[in-house]
Design a protein around this ligand. Sequence first.
Ligand SMILES: C[S@@+](CC[C@H](N)C(=O)[O-])C[C@H]1O[C@@H](n2cnc3c(N)ncnc32)[C@H](O)[C@@H]1O
Length: 464
Amino acid sequence: MAFIKSIGLPRQKPGGPTCRRRPRVPSMQLPGPRLENRKSPLAIESETLVSWLEENGMYLSKEATWGRPRHPMGVANETTDEGESSGRGLVAVKGIVQGEPLFEVPFEVVLTKQRALEEIPELPEDVNEYIAIATLLIQERSRGDASFWKPYLDVLPKDEDIIPLFRWSEDDMLLLQGSPCQAAARSLRGKLVSEFATAEETIYAPNRRKFPDDVFTWDQWEWAFAILFSRAIMLTAEQRIALVPYADLLNHNPFCSTYIDVQEKQLTGKRFVTLYTDRPYAQMDQVFVTYGPKSNGDLLLLYGFITDRNPYDSVELVVALSDEDELFERKKKYLDESGVGTTATFPLYSDRYPMELIEFLRFCVAGEDELDNGDFGDFMNEDNETLVAKTLISACQDALAAYPQSREEDDKLIADRSMYKMFAQKQRWAIRQRRAEKRILERTIANIEREITDPTFMFTESKE
Ligand SMILES: C[S@@+](CC[C@H](N)C(=O)[O-])C[C@H]1O[C@@H](n2cnc3c(N)ncnc32)[C@H](O)[C@@H]1O
């Protein structure tokens, strides 16, 4: 799935015939240090991280030690997925068997709310977890070399490389005109703005000596949340979120189901975050985790990337009770009382739709008889079911009409590889995202149009 460009690890010698190497240029002829000894800044940062983790009790030995095999992974400084850079990643440096613990990260280096409260006693005890860790991140970033977490902060992607959708400007977002992603991004951004205003008023402003206004700025806040949304993990056993250095170098593969646990060593009482694999890996394979069953829209919003092979991809479809319906008032009253409202949004997948959507539409298109006696969770009659199908098709057509470009136009942009490569990263994500959404809408229309011609057609659970 992913191709590793440069992993900074010794490659296994290939078997079979070897080819002769070109003689090396004598080092004395080279200006400055010998080329082969020059390390990229990325490699230096990764090595510094590894040394720091080892100093703080993480086992990362490159050689087997007494009774313990070598650490099975190494940091890949540049990985790619579907032709796009996916930043650093972790790679198996030896075969890994299923269920093997991959690493144990000592709690000493983990960022949690608890740790934030210890480091910043000025934070209120009941502070929200995200705000606590964001405040710790901002503080530590501002401390530069003096920060305990400096080696960790140095491997975080550079600011300009962190491009979740909620950080896009309104101009960038024009590329996603018509997409439900725009509203999701504006809504998340709005929440972050208002959370910042509250934190400013209740935590930062009252204690300026601890929280100077040139450090605790909106820009730093936005950066900290971008880091948290794209890297924090839920420690389920403890029901808390955490930033776990090293573990957060793992990239996403929706087909994985690795799991994370917190372990306490019996003799020492020391706690570690441990990751177990769900499948074996061959040497040089990139090791993945899953960030959860997320649609591309959610991946773009929180993590700043999408993946074409995403079984959980969906597009939000808005459907509403028609205000021209003769039974509008009666139906509205019922919907309001049920807490649903006359407009609802449902995820539409390329091969399925939720039964709640069908039930909602069965109710919205129902006649008087059906309203009195209907069970909307089940097929009621052909007329009602056909009306549901037509309403669904028309909702998909309306959604498609909201995009200024057609799916065919997006296809063309992507097919012209040399032109496509010249687009900026955000443009490429946007074109792929809006094309994926249109494909789901078009497929839904095609599926329903095909099925509606079948005399036994009905929406059933099996389509979910
Ligand atoms: C938890 S971090 C993983 C480590 C990260 N690659 C790095 O360089 O630090 C999550 C970020 O990695 C990138 N990423 C993870 N999985 C990816 C994938 N399958 N394709 C593209 N980018 C991916 C995205 O930028 C995402 O926000």
